[in-house]
Design a protein around this ligand. Structure first.
Ligand code: XUL
Ligand code: CO
Length: 449
């Protein structure tokens, strides 16, 4: 295939600043720039996903592939093609200059004719990936198993009515967890591909819940058995491909974990477009996860406000990202997680450089949102406002309610005696919204970098 697939991009992508007219330069992102005492690269921990960028030819429900991905052409030797794909992926990662990547087993390994062939293919490509990691310094943010593409998974993986499909999924996850460990992966992700239902007419919700819980327990057991030190993450999504997915949103996942004795073993991998499909904002999902000890990692992307499906577009709005970033930064930032671009090109973006434009724009948007978030944390205005709003809970009455001293009866007595007379206060929503905008505008003016 020659030396370089992306021959028009010498790489690494340089920093050009806000006045640069080079579309292949970062306008904001500077890996070494210090923000609140930490390098930008360490705040954002950017990852590139191999599935949308290298394993998807640009198909949709109505059309075949449009993208220039020669290794996906039919008729090639599957292992040759897989090696070509990995070489191009690492060329891209190195030229883009990001620290992480993410993949499903099936994104890199040809299926072969049996599970043992698939496993051997994956092992061989893992050896190759280790070599690339050593040469480039790029490492694995997370690995995952594809339990949704193959026809055997048409009715789900662990929630399948057939225990043999459960067994197949278990075999795949066991192996991919070990591959993730070999590659030094910082997390292992479980997105419930088809864990859900298309119709309740043929579905036993009680059984499927019990199967899913058993599966997750097995994953935890194996993680501890092999000493995998990364985090286990569940990625919520409310629908698509099934009509209803069990891991609907972070709060549903939380309830499922608690109900099944799995609390503390899993965190959430929150995807922006999945949050919006669930009828939430991305901000809500991030805030819920942080408030409940479930924050793990992010799949960065966006939906289209006019479309009710998972369009997986690259993020491009600082307004949308500033508040989620604010929540993350004020809570101390990522530990094992990062921002993985689970985003894909539009089918008409057929130039090889389009993959760079997409990622450069997404990374710059995150970097800009990080600057706004850091500014809001430094100013402390929002957190002071929130603290003041709940100040009553530090009063003798507030603490006596929370520590169990007060009861319904004791409170009734106080209210009846006229000791309690609540005074309403403004929620100040518009004033706070103005304040956020002011910080976005102020950062625009002052810190172009
Ligand atoms: C699907 C999705 C997945 C997961 C990994 O909507 O987001 O690609 O991120 O399986
Ligand atoms: Co995702």
């Amino acid at each position: 295939m020659g030396d370089a697939f992306f021959s028009e991009v010498p790489g690494p992508i340089p920093f050009g600043g806000l006045d640069s007219d080079d579309p292949l330069a970062f306008k904001v992102y500077q890996p070494d720039r210090m923000v609140l005492g930490r390098r930008m690269e360490e705040h954002l921990r950017i990852g590139v996903c191999l599935w949308h960028s290298f394993a998807w030819p640009g198909t949709d429900m109505f059309g075949t592939g449009t993208l220039d991905r020669p290794w996906l052409a039919p008729g090639l030797d599957p292992m040759d093609a897989a090696r070509q794909k990995m070489a191009v992926a690492f060329e891209f990662l190195e030229k883009l200059g990001v620290p992480y990547y993410c993949f499903h087993d099936a994104d890199v390994a040809p299926q072969g004719d049996s599970f043992t062939e698939f496993r051997a293919n994956l092992d061989a490509l893992t050896d190759d990936a280790l070599g690339y990691q050593e040469r480039t310094g790029v490492t694995l943010l997370w690995g995952t198993a594809n339990l949704f593409t193959h026809p055997r998974y048409q009715a789900g993986a662990s929630t399948n009515p057939d225990p043999e499909v459960f067994a197949f999924a278990a075999a795949q996850v066991k192996h991919m967890l070990e591959v993730t460990q070999r590659l030094g992966g910082q997390n292992y992700v479980l997105w419930g591909g088809r864990e859900g239902y298309d119709t309740l007419l043929n579905t036993d919700l009680r059984r499927e819940g019990a199967q899913l819980a058993r599966f997750l327990h097995m994953v935890v057991e194996h993680k501890h058995r092999i000493g995998f030190t990364g985090a286990l993450l569940i990625e919520p999504k409310p629908m698509e491909p099934t009509k209803h997915q069990y891991d609907y949103d972070t709060q549903s996942v939380h309830a499922f974990l608690v109900r099944n004795g799995l609390e503390g073993e899993f965190q959430a991998n929150i995807e922006a477009n999945h949050a919006t499909l669930a009828g939430h904002s991305f901000h809500h999902e991030v805030a819920y996860a942080l408030a409940n000890g479930l924050f793990g990692s992010i799949d960065a992307n966006r939906g289209d406000p006019q479309n009710g499906w998972d369009t997986d577009q690259f993020p491009n709005s600082v307004e949308d990202l500033a508040l989620p970033l604010y929540e993350i930064v004020r809570s101390g930032g990522f530990t094992t997680g990062g921002f993985n671009f689970d985003a894909k090109l539009r089918r008409q973006s057929i130039d090889r450089t389009d993959l760079f434009h997409a990622h450069i724009g997404g990374i710059d948007t995150l970097a800009r949102a990080l600057l706004v978030a850091a500014d809001m944390v430094e100013k402390g205005t929002l957190s002071r406002e929130v603290e003041a709003r709940y100040a009553g809970w530090s009063s003798p009455l507030g603490t006596a309610i929370l520590d169990g001293t007060e009861t319904l009866a004791s409170l009734e007595a106080k209210v009846a005696a006229g000791e309690i007379d609540p005074v309403r206060a403004s929620g100040g929503q518009e004033r706070l919204e103005n304040l956020v905008n002011q910080r976005i505008w102020a950062v625009d003016r002052s810190s172009g970098g």
